[in-house]
Design a protein around this ligand. Structure first.
Ligand SMILES: NC(=O)C1=CN([C@@H]2O[C@H](COP(=O)(O)OP(=O)(O)OC[C@H]3O[C@@H](n4cnc5c(N)ncnc54)[C@H](OP(=O)(O)O)[C@@H]3O)[C@@H](O)[C@H]2O)[C@@H](O)CC1
Ligand SMILES: [K+]
Length: 470
């Protein structure tokens, strides 16, 4: 049982009342989205099956052609599931009966939050049968908390869950089995610390200049360039940061790469810095400094990161700025400030945080634990990008496209985050905005995307978002 639900029961709200609300919401979800066809309702032995019985009763009242199959004989059901089964006045078949029975849709109410082991026997056979499935809470066979299948599992077109998303609804591999996920409000006052990224979370905080603003009041982003043969990554980041609204953007470059950088930048300023001491001086006026893209895994990069973390601006550390601390993570962690941001991909994450992805319950927990270790916000890039801050707040971004898996894509993301942070946005919020806008830009470009294309999508995306605000 979810902690929030337990809290509600402690307040005296009846668990069967919740089950009835859940089952009614399931029926409405099914009827609204799959208005035609006969429905085979599969009910398990616990609460998930109870929801199935309630939903079946309601769907029958909506004149739907419903047949119900229960994993255990109704007489053996106990508690709320037994009460729910009593609401259903029609015949109840066995799961074996369901295997060959004709139907158009399956409503999967076999197991939800109480799945404790892989599906076996007829349940496993039904899961692997194929066909159109709508799942209650999670597709049966998926562990909602660990966000992965325990064995055979249903593949749903749609999943309806209650009160709040579970990790399985947004994290791979489980999310791939859920189809479209709908969260029904059943009156549980949830204070979830896990959110799916969406403009709804942050639209009103999206920065836009006021009439009295000028370039100096909109934040100064500084990005550290790599050496002469690896300058492109930092340019991608700095242009992305300027485009997303930082008032000023400066590329800090080794003197040897000054000409190559200066030759390719116009609105972005370019300043030569030779070594960590000069860097420390150059970042005194920075709101945010980005380091890592193209930096190189060298003692110089490490000295530069240390200088940045001693400076006044917030830091966005990516790529080599993370890898350079591979065998001395604590040297990095002790310097990070709570408002800094790390943006590792999975390899960089493992180098910094060891086997957290293996040992934590799920990816969200792994990134939460990483953010506690680091003492700042951590964004783990992937098809399900997870952003977490040390107090447990976490956002998962699934607004993306596979075309974003290309060179330089992460540098642009770091630039978006840094550019938003430079405008004064809270780190977790800025990272969430950046991840969503990055995904949206990728979707707009689609096939053939190269990272240079992403920043060019920003004006239209920002206009659309600001249009929503009015
Ligand atoms: N909590 C609430 O307030 C609300 C909850 N709601 C609903 O309740 C659901 C959670 O209910 P639940 O806790 O009864 O768990 P559920 O998944 O139905 O079944 C557990 C049973 O299955 C058994 N079992 C497990 N794995 C098995 C396997 N592989 N093969 C065979 N058996 C297996 C397990 O047995 P055991 O592990 O003890 O041996 C136990 O008997 C939740 O997902 C939502 O739909 C809504 O009504 C809203 C209000
Ligand atoms: K289910």
């Amino acid at each position: 049982m979810q902690a929030a639900e337990q809290a509600v029961f402690a307040q005296g709200l009846d668990s069967f009342e919740l089950m009835q609300r859940a089952g009614d919401a399931v029926a409405e979800f099914v009827h609204a989205n799959w208005p035609e066809g006969s429905i085979q309702v599969l009910c398990g032995p616990g609460g998930n099956g109870g929801d199935g019985f309630v939903a079946a009763s309601k769907l029958a009242k909506l004149w739907r052609d419903v047949k119900v199959y229960s994993m255990v004989p109704v007489a053996e059901l106990t508690g709320d599931a037994a009460k729910a089964a009593a609401l259903w006045g029609g015949p109840v078949g066995t799961l074996e009966d369901a295997v060959e029975a004709p139907h158009d849709l399956v409503l999967d109410g076999l197991f939800g939050g109480g799945l404790s082991r892989p599906l076996e026997g007829t349940a496993a056979q039904l899961a692997q049968r194929g066909g159109r499935v709508i799942s209650i809470d999670v597709p049966s066979g998926i562990c909602g908390l660990r966000a992965k299948p325990l064995g055979p599992c249903f593949i749903a077109e749609g999943t309806i869950t209650f009160a709040a998303l579970r990790p399985a609804h947004v994290l791979r591999p489980a999310s791939a089995y859920c189809g479209n996920v709908f969260v029904a409000d059943i009156g549980v006052p949830v204070q979830t610390r896990l959110m799916e990224n969406s403009p709804m979370l942050w639209l009103r905080m999206l920065p836009q200049p006021g009439m009295a603003d000028h370039k100096h009041s909109r934040g100064h982003l500084k990005v550290l360039s790599g050496g002469i043969s690896s300058t492109g990554a930092a340019r991608l980041a700095v242009r992305a940061g300027l485009r997303i609204g930082a008032g000023l953007a400066t590329l800090l470059t080794p003197p040897s790469a000054l000409m190559v950088n200066a030759g390719q930048l116009t609105a972005v300023m370019v300043k030569a810095v030779d070594g960590a001491e000069e860097l420390a001086e150059a970042i005194q006026t920075a709101s945010v400094v980005i380091a890592g893209p193209g930096a190189g895994i060298t003692p110089a990069t490490r000295a530069n990161v240390e200088a940045i973390l001693n400076g006044p601006g917030r830091a966005v550390l990516d790529a080599d700025a993370l890898t350079v601390f591979e065998s001395q993570q604590d040297e990095l962690f002790k310097r990070l400030r709570p408002t800094d941001l790390l943006t590792p991909h999975i390899g960089e994450f493992n180098r910094l945080f060891g086997d957290l992805l293996e040992t934590a319950t799920n990816k969200v927990e792994a990134v939460r634990q990483a953010s506690v270790k680091a003492g700042c916000t951590v964004l783990l890039k992937g098809p399900d990008t997870v952003i977490a801050q040390p107090d447990g707040g976490a956002v998962v971004n699934i607004h993306a496209t596979r075309w974003l898996a290309t060179a330089g894509s992460g540098d642009v993301l770091a630039g978006f985050a840094g550019g938003l942070m430079a405008q004064g946005i809270d780190t977790l919020v800025a990272a969430s905005m950046a991840a969503w806008i990055h995904g949206e830009a990728g979707r707009r470009v689609g096939a053939g995307l190269i990272s240079e294309d992403l920043e060019r999508q920003v004006p239209d995306i920002l206009s659309a978002l600001h249009g929503e605000i009015g």
